[in-house]
Design a protein around this ligand. Sequence first.
Ligand code: MCA
Ligand code: AMP
Length: 492
Amino acid sequence: MKKLIHNAKHFADRTAILSNEQAYTYQDLLEDSASIASSLLDKHDDLSEDRIAFMVDPSYEYVICQWGIWRAGGIAVPLCTLHPLTSISYVLEDSQVSTLLVSEVYRDFLSPLADKLNIKLVLIQDQIATEAKSLPDIDSSRRAMILYTSGTTNLPKGVVTTHHNIAFQIETLVKAWQWSKEDHILNTLPLHHVHGIINVMSCALWSGAICEFFPAFDAAAVWQKFESGKLSLYMAVPTIYYKLIKYWKEQTEEKKKQLSAACTSFRLMVSGSAALPIPVLEEWKAITGIKLLERYGMTEIGMALSNPYDAERRPGHVGHPLPGVQIRLQKENGQLAIDNESGEIQIKGPNVFLEYWKKPEATKESFTTDGWFKSGDVAVLNKGYYQILGRNSVDIIKSGGYKISALEIESKLLDHPQIEQCGIVGIPDLEWGEIVSAAIVRNDPSLNDKEITAWLTTKLPSYKMPRKFIFIEDLPKNTLGKVTKNKLKEYF
Ligand code: MCA
Ligand code: AMP
C-alpha cells in the first residue's frame, strides 16, 4: 500500500483511470481514497483489520474503495457483482464484515441483507466529500485483502493476502512484463479475482500507467476500443480471446483488415487463468500479429510462472518462475520430479498468501511440512519450460476462467426434492475451457433441465450453472456414487 501511494504521489498529475467516460488523475485517486478512508475511520485511528466489503462495478469508484479501505487499515473484501444473495451472504458472514460499501446501483439489492446481518451499509457517493483526517501507518505484514476461491471443499474459502504479498505480486509482474508509465491497459475482467485486481489494475496504478475500465466484457466494444489505437496492453482469459476471434470472423473483409491493423498499438497481450488452447493462440497471432504471452497463477499465490517477455513464448507452456518465486514439482511418492517427470506444482516466496480466513486446518493442509504451498496442479518441466498437464482433483472445474467446485454445485442439487443423486464434471470445450455438466438420478421422470436451471438460478451465479445435463435412467439408482468422475465424463 505504501509504495502504491508513494508512486501515486509521484505521478499525481497524470491520468490514472478512464471510467464511465471520465478521466481521473492520480491526485484524484489520492484525495478521494483519503475521503473514503476518513469516513470509514469515523472516530477511530485505525480500522485494525476490520473487514470492509464492497460491491461496485469495475470503475474509478472500485479503486477509491479499495485504496480507502487499505489506507484506513481495513481488510478489503471485494464482492462479485454477479453473485446471488445466498453467495454474497456466505461471504459477508464468513469474513465477518462490519461495513459494506456500495454504489447506488447495488443499494436496493444489498440493503435488506445488510440489515439482516447487522452490517453497516454505506453509499460510496456520500463519502467522497468527507474531510480527510490523518491516516494510520500500515505495516506491510498486515492483512490487506480476502478473495474467495473454490477448492476441493464444498464452499469457497477466503484467501488472505498481506500488503507485502500484494506488493510483491505486483512488483514481480511489473518487472517481468516491463510495465511503464507510458502504458495504457483496458480492463474487462471482474474485480473479485487476482487476474483483474493485481495483473491489470494494480500493476497499471503501481506504474503510473492508465487503466481504463469497462463495466463488463463485450466483444464489439473491446474491438472498438482496440481501434482507437491508444492501448498498449490487454490481459484476459482464453474464453475472451476466443470470443474476440469469433467477433472478428463475423466482420466483412474490409472491417477485418481495419481491426487487425489497429492491433499494432499493442506491445503485449497476456492470457491466463486457464489453459490457452493452441488453436486460439495461433488464430490470435494470425489475426493480430501478436503472440499471446501465457502465464500461470492462482488466487493463493498471484502469478508464479510466465513465458518470457522478450524471448521465446512457447505454445502450450507457461514459461519460467517469475523473479523471486520458487517452484518445485513433487511426485505422488513425495520425491521431487526431475526433467520430463510430472509432479504437483509447489510454490514458495513472498507472493504466497498468509492463510485461509479462520481456517487454520485448511491452511495447514495446503502446505507441505517444509512450507511449500501445494497448488493441486500437475506440471512437467519440458526443455526448460513448464507445461501444465492438469489438476490432481477432478472436482475442480475451470470454466470461462472461473474456478468452480463440483462439490458446491452437487450439494445445491441434492437439496432438490426430486434429485436423488448427482455428479458434476467439467467437459472439455474450446470456448469455455470446460463446461459444467450434470449427471442426475431423479425420482420423478418429469423433472427436466429447464426446471433444474430455474431452481438453481437463485442459488448459484450464472458461471457455475450446469449447461449440459444427462439423466441416468439406465443405471440402477444407487450406482452413480460408484461411477468414477472420469468415467462419468464419458456419458456426455
Ligand atoms: C456464461 N455462459 C456460459 C458460461 N458463462 N456458458 C457456458 N459456460 C460458462 N461458464 C453463457 C450464458 O449463459 C449466456 O448464454 C452467454 O454465455 C453469455 O453470458 P455472459 O454471462 O454474458 O457471458 P460473458 O459476459 O460472455 O462472460 C464470459 C467471460 C466471463 C467474459 C469470459 O466468464 C469472465 O469475465 N470470465 C473471467 C473470469 C476471471 O476473471 N477469472 C480469473 C480468476 P445465453 O446467451 O444463451 O444466455 S483466476 C485468477 O484470478 C488466477 C489468479 C489467474 O491465474 O488468473
Ligand atoms: P483461481 O483459484 O481462480 O485463482 O484459479 C487458479 C487455477 O487456474 C490454477 O490452479 C490453475 O488450475 C488454473 N490456471 C491458471 N493459469 C493457468 C494456465 N495458464 N494454464 C492452465 N491452468 C491455469
